[in-house]
Design a protein around this ligand. Structure first.
Ligand code: PLP
Length: 403
């Protein structure tokens, strides 16, 4: 059965690379997923920062089942008053800093970015968009155009022409902030860069970025698609740094395991998408009631169980338990988002094979294949952290013995 399924997977399911992981999933629970043979894997990726409340979270499953039984899709986004949408938007608005009080729901991260870019253009009447090097914001034409040079060129060149009037600057470079000018519609940045291999901002950088945007009337867009919903130890990474953007993009864990994205702005700014022209941004499935119910249940779970407050301590424990291994060159970390730097891609790929054998799910980063990722569900227990580190260290020892 498994063999037939794998063959059909390769034949009929569109592929993203010539070498998919090919691990068949039978079920998932907490911080584990299992193959049909019952082999457990520690999920140290969380579907790239999605499964923050753990797999099979009972509250989320119940919310999904109940909402699916009540109603699913009724009408295109924005026309009907749907309780899950309204309640979730209200709850998120209460957590976001002022003046971000209006959430436009979409289906994914890349769509949230597309919406944010359109809103920034509409609001400023300008066209230039500035992104950060080694940023990843999604794979649709607009979001792909934001992939920072030079690392993004390979991807971008194959699909040109992309969105014009896009430039990238170096994250954490104070000097390059001067290139943001009165031509700039917006600067888009992750408060902590994810696919660059976990690069937190240096002291004062996000504040300086905010100031420069204000000086020239450019909008600041934060992409919190990977950092949002508690990953960095605050509900949103921007709260850690005390910097409020004009627009923030959310997705991944935002849907509690279901596909959901959104971009938030002030009501006044957001209203610009509704006039001149009306229907400036539309989506059929955006804010699907089942996805909003799941997202709200996940948010409630995070809050009721004080999950986010424990994130920093858990991340620090991983760091402490791994930092002294001779194969580990550096650990870059923000909350429970860690890049464990091995210094070479050969080592990283070798360790990845060992992880698969030993039941550890990790991966590398789009722009950094010399480090492996640790971003487990935020609900991981101390015992599970210690046990997963035991397996990771065993693999690192094997790497060491090969040297
Ligand atoms: N922004 C960031 C920071 C991401 O990490 C990703 C996905 O990895 C995206 C945007 C795109 O999200 P999606 O895959 O849901 O389109």
């Amino acid at each position: 059965m498994t063999k037939i399924l794998r063959k059909a997977f390769l034949e009929h399911v569109g592929q993203t690379s010539p070498s998919p992981m090919m691990i068949e999933v039978a079920r998932a629970e907490g911080v584990f997923f299992y193959t049909p043979e019952g082999k457990p894997y520690y999920d140290l990726v969380s579907g790239v920062s999605v499964s923050n409340v753990g797999h099979g979270n009972a509250d989320v499953v119940r919310a999904v089942q109940e909402q699916a039984g009540r109603y699913m899709h009724i009408m295109v986004y924005g026309e009907m008053v749907e309780r899950p949408q309204v309640e979730y938007a209200t709850a998120i608005a209460a957590l976001l800093p002022d003046p971000l009080d209006s959430i436009y729901f979409v289906n994914s991260g890349t769509e949230a970015v597309e919406g944010a870019l359109k809103l920034a253009k509409r609001c400023t009447g300008r066209t230039e968009i500035i992104s950060m090097r080694r940023a990843y914001h999604g794979s649709t034409h607009g979001a792909m155009a934001l992939m920072g040079t030079p690392e993004g060129e390979e991807w971008k060149n194959a699909f040109r022409p992309l969105m014009p009037d896009v430039r990238s600057i170096e994250f954490n470079s104070f000097d390059e902030l001067q290139t943001i000018t009165s031509r700039t519609a917006c600067v888009i940045a992750e408060p902590v860069q994810g696919e660059a291999g976990v690069r937190p901002p240096v002291e004062g950088y996000l504040q300086a970025l905010r100031r420069r945007c204000d000086e020239v009337g450019a909008m600041l867009v934060f992409d919190e698609i990977q950092t949002g919903m508690g990953r960095t130890g605050e509900m949103f990474a921007m709260l850690k740094y005390g910097v409020t953007p004009d627009i923030v993009c959310l997705a991944k864990a935002f849907g509690g395991g279901m596909p959901l994205g959104g971009f938030a702005a002030s009501r006044e700014v957001m209203n610009l998408l509704t006039v001149d022209p009306t229907l400036g941004h539309i989506t059929t499935f955006g804010g699907h009631p089942v996805c909003c119910a799941a997202g709200l249940a996940a948010l409630n779970y995070l809050q009721e169980h004080d999950v986010v407050a424990a994130v920093e301590k858990k991340g620090a424990l991983y760091e402490t338990l791994l930092a002294d291994h001779p194969q580990v060159k550096e650990i870059r970390r923000s909350g429970l988002l860690l890049a464990v730097e091995l210094g070479s891609s050969e080592k990283m790929f070798a360790v990845m094979e060992m992880f698969a054998r030993e039941g550890i799910m990790s991966d590398w980063f789009l722009y950094c294949d010399t480090a492996f990722r640790i971003s487990p569900p935020l609900v991981i227990s101390e015992e599970e952290i210690r046990d997963s580190v035991r397996i990771i260290r065993k693999c690192l020892d094997e790497l060491q013995s090969r040297a």
